[in-house]
Design a protein around this ligand. Structure first.
Ligand SMILES: Nc1ncnc2c1ncn2[C@@H]1O[C@H](COP(=O)(O)OP(=O)(O)OP(=O)(O)O)[C@@H](O)[C@H]1O
Length: 241
């Protein structure tokens, strides 16, 4: 059983954001859709064990999210990647690998490899504070790849990336071992919904759809042209937000 979220509630200053979410993240790729403020980043941060639910439980293959081992199996790309002043791209990625339990030597080698997968080999020795927004995003993706996690939780991974880098990112995902589960939060409804196996839609703190891509697209009326089905299906599920 992959990541399992059971009856999770989360509020910021008593304002509920997640309201009794029950969710089992399937294997392969899933896109997480939802309007601004739906609670996607909050849900990902809970699944990454960065935040704790006020009620409910989260586990991965029977390992509770409060367990250190849980964090080693899961990788998270936050919506905002923190740049660590003074560190080079390779040092920052290696540091994350080390935090996830790799030896210093293994993390150092894996950091170079992860940065080459996001086409940043020529920036290994560059200070992260000198990188562009899109390059920092790619450093974040490298951080998520560095320790060969079994589950990748990616919060708007392609935001700020140019079209070529979006393609590289998709190729990188496609090349992951089949047993790795990936959950990708995105607003690119038309793009990713048709390139993943599963779709989850979160609206006002509740999951309003979870299933395969065909089932998601079936929410659009049958006379909608194929190129617009994803967009229309999304509007049907979330209103015009
Ligand atoms: N640190 C915080 N303190 C208080 N409220 C917060 C905090 N983070 C998020 N919120 C609120 O919680 C709600 C859900 O936010 P969240 O970032 O999880 O949504 P989202 O679906 O990821 O949105 P977006 O698509 O805009 O990134 C929003 O109303 C937001 O204002």
């Amino acid at each position: 059983m992959p990541v399992e979220i059971s009856d999770c509630w989360f509020s910021y200053r008593k304002r509920p954001v997640l309201r009794g979410v029950n969710y089992v993240l399937p294997e392969q790729r899933t896109v997480l859709l939802g309007p601004n403020g739906a609670g996607k980043s909050t849900l990902l941060s809970l699944a990454a064990s960065v935040r704790r639910p006020q009620r409910g439980t989260i586990s991965y293959r029977g390992i509770e999210s409060t367990d250190r081992e849980y964090r080693r199996r899961i990788a998270w790309l936050p919506q905002q990647v923190t740049v660590m002043p003074g560190l080079t791209a390779r040092e920052q990625v290696a540091y994350v690998g080390w935090l996830k339990g790799m030896s210093k030597t293994a993390a150092w080698a894996a950091a170079a490899e992860a940065l080459s997968r996001v086409e940043l080999s020529e920036k290994l020795g560059e200070k992260v504070t000198r990188l562009s927004g899109g390059q920092v995003r790619r450093v974040g993706v490298a951080q998520a790849l560095v320790h060969d996690a079994e589950v990748l939780l990616l919060d708007e991974p392609t935001a700020g990336m140019d079209p070529r880098q979006r393609r590289v990112f998709r190729d990188t995902l496609a090349a992951l071992p089949a047993e790795v589960s990936v959950l990708i939060s995105t607003h690119d409804v038309a793009d990713l919904a048709e390139e993943s196996e599963h779709v989850t839609v979160l609206h006002k703190g509740k999951i309003v759809y979870h299933g395969d891509v065909e089932g998601f697209l079936a929410h659009a009326p049958s006379d909608v042209v194929p190129g617009r089905r994803a967009e229309v299906a999304y509007s049907v599920l979330c209103g015009d937000e």
